[in-house]
Design a protein around this ligand. Structure first.
Ligand code: BES
Ligand code: MN
Ligand code: ZN
Length: 498
């Protein structure tokens, strides 16, 4: 799919569908008025009859029958001017673009990129409008033999019709392209079934991405993990016939020697629960247990494409969690890379085990800060549902920045406390700790275990169990993998600066 920016007269643009924003209770914009006039007042009369009012995400579409060059137009409601935010624009843009796709448009042109939003610059507005459009029509057809050819959107263009200089718009659109490309990558990796997306597959994808970019990639194998004493990660991987991989991606965009930001993503390519096996119903969804890892790999790709001026490291411990004669068992004690011992009460609490060693490994980079992202606990879904990821950590400033980045991107994160009292729940009789802390505060006790493996660095943990996958399509997230975390990380890293 081609995405580009054109400066053109909306009446003369040759396209299958032209998207135009309409604010509620406002006069039509100058460009909307011109189009309305060319279409004999179709939209103004519809508004007069109150059949379309410009309410947020409301759509009105019509064929133009040759009155203008575009074959059809979609008017999309943006709601009240004073209530408009980047996220609302993203959503309206997504709904309109899906509407255009339903009209079988192959070529779509949108006028939303230079909408004005109070408190946001042209650059961010353009980025948000393009993100909404591009992300809304994601599809994954790799394993379908009937590829439904001919129905795909081939080209999306964003038009600017203003006389003012639009350098900001061009920049925002360019950024959206790189970011969406990365989100598409994350969604592909997540949607890919477990028999394809093995740890080896993830490692190879990371290598391919590095080969095509400025990123450096290193993969640790089982032998390397043994040498490092990564007993927690190795414990999880023992029941699987697929070899584990530890993926390291590096972006050296900052000053030589300046402390990097380290991103750590859970790369559990299939979570059956292991010996503490999960019920069959819905288990197929556990192919998505590498969503954190996918977000990190994809964010690294975007960071390199955007040439961010700071040093960033991505770490992805990748493994399966399966039952087998060799698998670790409830009651087993593992020695982690840090030297601490963990009693495995439940083999299904495996994410924290592989992350424990990754967080310890992160210390080697003497990081400025570390953020991990993981589909870690079902308890997080109970606590926050599907509209926010859980946020915990040891550094308030970092957590505050994540909350801000979440608001800007619409990938919201919400804090849960990490009081010392929770540590009591993971005390073990036979080891330094145990890997589960009971039902009460399940997301927090998981984070409390992770905390024991964080070094001296500021640390935050993002639990995406409820946000990584959606059963119901959202305005710009089709049913399935959301690719959550990628835009959050890119935004945070841009905010951090060099
Ligand atoms: N990968 C799961 C968590 C999960 C659940 C992700 C639902 C996405 C949707 C994790 O490894 C897990 O199994 N956690 C257990 C922990 C329990 C055994 C303490 C859980 O949440 O049930
Ligand atoms: Mn599990
Ligand atoms: Zn898991």
């Amino acid at each position: 799919m081609k995405v580009h920016f054109v400066k053109s007269d909306p009446l003369k643009i040759k396209t299958d569908c032209l998207i135009i924003g309409v604010l509620e209770n406002q006069k039509l914009s100058r460009v909307a008025r011109t189009i309305d006039q060319a279409l004999k007042g179709i939209i103004s009369s519809t508004i007069k009859k109150k059949d379309f009012q410009g309410k947020l995400k409301e759509l009105f579409s019509t064929y133009t029958l040759g009155a203008i060059e575009a074959k059809s137009v979609i008017f999309v409601g943006l709601g009240k001017k004073e209530d408009l935010t980047l996220e609302k624009l993203r959503q309206a843009s997504g709904i309109a673009t899906k509407g255009a796709k339903k009209l079988k448009a192959k070529k779509i042109s949108s006028l939303l990129a230079d909408t004005s939003i109070k408190g946001s610059d042209a650059d961010s507005v353009a980025q948000a409008s393009a993100e909404g459009s591009i992300l809304s029509i994601y599809e994954f057809n790799e394993h379908k033999t009937d590829k439904e050819k001919g129905k795909k959107v081939e080209d999306i263009s964003f038009l600017s019709h203003s006389e003012t200089p639009d350098k900001g718009i061009a920049q925002g659109l360019k950024r959206a392209k790189s970011v969406c490309d990365a989100v598409y990558l994350a969604r592909d990796l997540i949607t890919q079934p477990g028999n394809t997306a093995t740890p080896t597959f993830l490692a190879n994808e990371a290598k391919k991405i590095a080969a095509k970019s400025t990123l450096q990639c290193k993969i640790l194998n089982l032998k390397d993990m043994e040498k490092l004493g990564m007993g927690a990660l190795i414990g999880v991987t023992k029941g699987s016939a697929e070899p584990p991989k530890f993926i390291i991606l590096e972006h050296k965009g900052g000053k030589k020697g300046s402390a990097p930001v380290v991103l750590v993503g859970k790369g559990l390519t299939f979570d059956s629960g292991g010996i503490s096996i999960k019920p069959g119903q819905g288990m197929e969804e556990m192919k998505t247990d590498m969503s954190g890892g996918a977000a990190v790999i994809a964010a690294m790709k975007a960071v390199s494409a955007l040439k961010l001026k700071l040093n960033v490291v991505g770490l992805v411990p990748a493994s399966e969690n399966l039952p087998d004669g060799k698998a670790n068992k409830p009651g087993d004690v593992l020695t982690a890379m840090s030297g601490q011992t963990i009693e495995v009460i439940n083999t299904d609490a495996e994410g924290r085990l592989i992350l424990a060693d990754a967080l310890c490994y992160a210390e080697k980079f003497k990081p400025r800060l570390v953020i991990d992202i993981a589909t870690l606990t079902g308890a997080c879904v109970v606590a926050l549902g599907h509209h926010a990821s859980g946020l915990m950590g040891t550094d308030q400033k970092l957590m505050d920045s994540l909350v801000v980045a979440g608001e800007v991107t619409g990938e919201r994160v919400w804090p849960l406390p990490l009081f010392e009292e929770y540590d009591e729940q993971i005390k073990s009789d036979v080891a330094d700790m145990k890997n589960i802390g009971g039902r009460a505060g399940g997301s927090i006790t998981a984070a409390a275990m992770l905390k024991k493996f964080t070094g001296k660095y500021p640390w935050a943990h993002v639990d995406i169990a409820g946000t990584a996958w959606t059963d119901k399509a959202k305005p710009y997230i089709p049913k399935g993998a959301a690719g959550v975390g990628v835009r959050l990380f890119v935004q945070l890293l841009r905010d951090l600066g060099s």
